[in-house]
Design a protein. Structure first.
Length: 128
């Protein structure tokens, strides 16, 4: 059994209360860190399960975040969309110790890498 290796990503005060901060990764989409009114910190892939909206730009309230594209509410603890919506975005293990936010290094390096980045604006598969 292996122990978790943690990576410090920022200070708690670097995340606004009822706000977020993005953490870039070597590969894949960024991770969004969220801080609630009661000082809890959560980490989700910065991608709504609906249309790929950037959750880091959403409004944090209670234990959820509203996606800025279509107002889906995503649970911060597990990444699940609240009913009647369905879907889930990957959540990441995180902890706060000594005023710093730590993420699981293995998850940071491997989780959610298979999910495509959202495409904004009109696009075509062939050049015009």
């Amino acid at each position: 059994m292996s122990s978790t290796e943690w990576t410090a990503v920022c200070r708690v005060e670097d995340i606004p209360v009822l706000g977020s901060r993005r953490v870039s990764r070597a590969q894949g989409l960024p991770v969004a860190l969220f801080r609630t009114a009661d000082e809890r910190v959560y980490a989700l892939l910065d991608r709504c399960p609906h249309k790929g909206g950037p959750l880091s730009q959403g409004i944090v309230f209670g234990d959820g975040v509203a996606c800025p594209l279509h107002n889906w509410t995503i649970n911060l603890a597990d990444g699940r969309a609240r009913a009647p919506d369905e879907g889930c975005t990957p959540s990441f293990a995180c902890k706060v110790e000594g005023g710093r936010v730590w993420l699981d290094a293995d998850e940071l390096a491997s989780k959610g890498l298979d999910l495509p980045a959202p495409v904004a604006g009109p696009c075509s598969k062939t050049a015009a």
